[in-house]
Design a protein around this ligand. Structure first.
Ligand code: ZN
Length: 424
């Protein structure tokens, strides 16, 4: 029985929906006259005209009058407006469900799943089109949660605490499999080669991103992520927008910025959040120290002992002692000299961001794990698929939608899309 009802579900629910429309909007369906919305002239109903729309509850048939103003040369279907029927056969609820799936799994799989779960057929090409339409022109503020939502999350973490909660801003890059725009379309004489191999060279573009999150003991409370294949100036502008929109409650939190040694990160932080506590990712430092140890001592017990001892010093905040130690080392090879020099430069340049002892006591994070996991769950999970190489525009649209999902603003993004469609 369950199987029979499941097979018939679309017919059953669409039947119910049609009945509701008929009962609730009887007047609209048989309306004989209306006045023109533009010139107020009295118009007489034509039709009825038949229309078929696809919704999550099935295919719904509508019969409704049409009004046309000869003066304004404009026609309208009042029933469509009260029902909020959108242009095109596939309605927004189906589009939203489809895009919801497509932002999690490849288009082909999303199409199959949608059809299996809902009974709606949407081809993977349509799915791609919907995704593009919804994501078109999304900016960081479109996917950011409103300030009061952020305040609520801060208040929840702050409750019963003596100190203001730590709000971390993590900044990092992630590599996204990309293809050049020149791979688009079909050029003469190319078709027979295309079957054998791609005529373009793939590349890995850097998606630069940031994530704001709160520390609640060992737990991370997510606030806002924004990742795009973009220049570091674009990232700076996005951060500036967040700041200008007043989304960062700088007076109720202790703001802390964490990143690796990349210069572009600190340039923007210094300009936008000069009072924030700055932290150089401890684990990146550890990598530098490991390189020094293996280059200098080889894969020996001594190397391990040296790393352990040096890391302990660093962990306790004695960066001066570590720098001095590096200076005193007599390199055993050119490779060792280079590793020691690199490590020294890195630590020296960022020494004021390495007060790990004080940072730990203050409850600040030492590692950039929060932004690295954001890289993973926003960028890699969807974009790094075997055989998938993304155009820059498509990858940015997908990233914007995935950020919206994790920021809790997916519905907000759809509301914006709907508003735009209605305005158009
Ligand atoms: Zn008119």
């Amino acid at each position: 029985m369950s199987e029979t009802v499941w097979t018939l579900r679309q017919l059953l629910t669409s039947g119910v929906a049609e009945t509701i429309v008929q009962h609730t909007y009887q007047e609209e369906q048989h309306r004989p006259h209306m006045s023109c919305p533009t010139c107020a002239r009295r118009l007489t109903a034509r039709g009825p005209v038949h229309r078929c729309v696809e919704t999550m509850v099935g295919t719904i048939e509508l019969e409704r009058p049409y009004f046309y103003c000869l003066g304004c040369r404009e026609g309208t279907y009042p029933l469509d407006e009260v029902l909020d029927v959108s242009a095109g056969r596939i309605q927004r609820d189906v589009q939203q469900a489809a895009v919801d799936l497509a932002t999690e799994v490849p288009y082909e799989t999303a199409s199959t799943l949608l059809s299996r779960l809902s009974g709606m057929t949407v081809s993977s090409e349509r799915l791609h089109t919907f995704t593009t339409q919804v994501a078109e022109g999304l900016s960081v503020l479109d996917v950011a949660p409103p300030r009061d939502e952020i305040d609520q999350r801060v208040a929840r973490v702050a409750a019963g605490r003596f100190r203001r909660p730590v709000l971390v801003l993590g900044i990092d890059g992630a590599y996204v499999p990309s293809r050049p725009d020149s791979a688009r379309g079909r050029r003469p004489g190319q078709a027979r080669y295309r079957a054998r191999r791609a005529r373009w060279r793939h590349a890995w573009y850097e998606a630069k991103g940031f994530r704001f999150y709160l520390l609640d003991g060992d737990r991370i409370v997510h606030l806002l992520s924004w990742h795009q294949v973009q220049s570091d100036d674009d990232l700076g502008k996005a951060l500036q927008k967040i700041k200008d929109a007043g989304l960062i409650p700088e007076d109720t939190v202790r703001l802390c910025v964490i990143g690796d040694g990349a210069d572009w990160i600190w340039k923007h932080v210094q300009a936008l959040f000069p009072d924030a506590c700055q932290v150089l990712d401890y684990y990146h430092c550890a990598e530098y120290l490991h390189k020094v140890a293996y280059a200098h001592y080889g894969h020996t017990l001594q190397a391990l002992e040296w790393v352990e001892a040096t890391l302990t010093r660093l962990y306790q905040g004695h960066v001066g002692a570590v720098l001095g130690g590096l200076r005193r080392m007599q390199p055993t090879s050119d490779e060792a000299a280079k590793a020691i020099d690199n490590c020294w430069v890195h630590l020296h340049e960022h020494r004021r961001r390495t007060h790990y002892g004080t940072l730990r006591r203050g409850g600040y994070p030492l590692g950039s794990g929060g932004i690295e996991s954001s890289n993973k769950f926003i960028c890699h999970v969807r974009l790094k698929r075997s055989g998938a190489w993304w155009y820059e525009a498509s990858s940015n649209q997908m990233l914007a939608l995935r950020c919206a999902k994790y920021n809790g603003t997916f519905d907000q993004v759809f509301a914006r899309y709907r508003q735009e469609k209605m305005g158009a």
